[in-house]
Design a protein around this ligand. Structure first.
Ligand code: D5M
Ligand code: FE
Ligand code: ZN
Length: 498
């Protein structure tokens, strides 16, 4: 338990002095407390090298209000009147669903947070991605690193990227490791195509290298990623709607626009064409940050209209409860929801989201999660790793998650970079590997819509129903608000409710 605290701080590059450590260790929920403390330090961009008692006191002071709210809500029974019976709309069709969950990690999460778990986690990642690469024809007859001699042509190997460096002359060095050893691989900057590929390679992903060895220097001629084949389009006689980052409870939640969206989905808003699309809607996928949460960043309470987490979910249930009952609503969590931050995040717990669980048409999955919507396999991932990818790769940004999603699909991993802003739990199995090729890959988090078709896969970022926050102003993040992507009988449509 106490090792877990230290590991969490180490992963966040924060040192902690003895007194602060003792106080955190004595906290009744020390792990959760540690996680929110680290989040707070990262969110507020404080350059803290050593966590002292003074800093701890500042944090506690800031969060007194939050804790008070939480306590009150635990004593007072829920007073909001939620009516889970769904409004009748002209579209009620009584269609049968063919819905099932393909991947959900909610009950598969096992970790004691020890260092050996961390090694098991990386082994699991390596093995899963190795097995995909091992089947690539280009890598036939690849060899372990310790069996590569000097001055050899046609070398093929598979390894995990330890680091990528730029040399003085502007070439790239990829440090690669497998079970047998490690080696440096040079990517020459005059090999323009390959150099461009190398610029997108990140730490901790697993790749194949084709190259040759001159003396002790291994020079790459190609980089092979696990990748995906082009998929065939499946017939689809319905519409699926994708939203995320609704941030209910925040003063910047766009309630009027959200109500227009609900009116549209029920057939009471929009022109003939839009109503025709609405009529076909069978599934609504909610990809995280349904509510704004509490204590997510410093001084958040100033930007909240609902300061109690239970009441935020009650309000979410009230709004979503207006959706006609023949639409299945699939809800996956994000970093503002009331579940652990480390990914994979389990599904929303019934204790917090009781009123949502009372909706008969709601389903709950983990983040990431994979569901089948009448045979259309949909990978749902909130998108926390976009923050890391945008920082690490030239040309990637919060605005261009279509490019990032393409790269994640080719890497076959949702959050390849370990130890930056995306907290990853050291599970025995790496659940963030993209095991099966999905038909739809749905993300959110950045609050900016994006869409691209990549090898037949629909890559969707569903934007937000929250207007620009103070935090986003600082980072110059301009959200695209109330723009809702729909896959209507196989084609992409974007409907605007702002
Ligand atoms: O994320 C809302 C927006 O803020 C989204 O564009 C990502 C950005 N964001 C959130 N956290 C970070 C960090 N730690 N660094 C950089 N950018 C960030 P939300 O999850 O709704 O708060
Ligand atoms: Fe969000
Ligand atoms: Zn988010």
């Amino acid at each position: 338990m106490s090792d877990d605290i230290i590991l969490k701080f180490t992963n966040a590059n924060i040192l902690i002095n003895d007194k602060a450590y003792e106080r955190i260790r004595n906290h009744e929920n020390c792990i959760k407390f540690t996680e929110s403390l680290i989040e707070d330090i990262i969110y507020s961009n404080q350059d803290i090298l050593i966590l002292t008692e003074e800093i701890l006191d500042q944090y506690l002071e800031k969060n007194v209000l939050k804790e008070k709210n939480q306590k009150v809500s635990e004593i007072i029974p829920e007073s909001v009147d939620i009516n889970p019976t769904v409004s009748q709309s002209k579209f009620q069709t009584g269609r049968p669903f063919d819905f099932h969950v393909i991947q959900d990690t909610t009950k598969k999460s096992y970790t004691s947070g020890e260092v050996k778990d961390f090694i098991t986690y990386f082994n699991s990642r390596y093995k899963q991605l190795y097995n995909i690469l091992d089947k690539r024809r280009e890598l036939k007859d690849h060899r372990p690193i310790n069996r590569i001699g000097k001055n050899e042509e046609a070398i093929k190997l598979i390894g995990m990227v330890n680091d990528i460096k730029n040399t003085k002359n502007g070439h790239k060095i990829i440090e690669l490791e497998d079970e047998t050893g490690d080696t440096n691989v040079l990517v020459h900057n005059e090999n323009h195509q390959l150099y461009e590929k190398a610029e997108k390679i990140v730490r901790d992903e697993v790749i194949g290298i084709i190259g040759s060895k001159k003396g002790t220097l291994l020079i790459a001629s190609d980089i092979v990623q696990p990748g995906v084949p082009r998929i065939d389009e499946k017939p689809m006689d319905f519409s699926a709607v994708f939203i995320s980052d609704v941030h209910i409870g925040s003063s910047t939640f766009l309630e009027d626009a959200f109500n227009r969206f609900i009116k549209w989905i029920n057939g009471d808003f929009g022109d003939d064409n839009q109503q025709e699309i609405a009529q076909d809607v069978k599934y609504l996928v909610l990809g995280g940050d349904t509510v704004d949460g509490i204590g997510i960043y410093p001084n958040q309470e100033k930007e909240l209209t609902i300061k109690d987490i239970y009441e935020q979910y009650d309000e979410a249930a009230r709004l979503l409860g207006d959706i006609r009952s023949d639409i299945k609503i699939i809800i996956s969590p994000g970093n503002h929801d009331a579940v652990r931050l480390a990914e994979p995040q389990p599904a929303l717990p019934e204790t917090y989201a009781k009123s949502l669980y009372e909706l008969k048409n709601a389903e709950f999955v983990s983040n990431p999660g994979v569901v089948s919507l009448d045979g259309i396999n949909t990978l749902i991932y909130h998108g926390r790793s976009f923050d890391d990818m945008a920082m690490s790769v030239k040309g990637f940004s919060h605005q261009r998650t279509d490019l990032v999603m393409t790269e994640l699909i080719e890497k076959r991993h949702l959050a390849p970079i370990y130890g930056e802003r995306t907290p990853l739990a050291s599970e025995y199995e790496d659940h963030l590997v993209i095991k099966e090729v999905p038909d739809i890959f749905h993300t959110g988090h950045v609050h900016i819509n994006a869409y691209k078709r990549h090898k037949g896969i629909h890559l969707i970022n569903s934007g937000t129903f929250q207007s620009q926050t103070e935090f986003q102003k600082i980072y110059n993040i301009v959200p695209t608000c109330a723009e809702v992507p729909v896959i209507h009988r196989g084609s992409f449509k974007l409907l605007k409710f702002a």
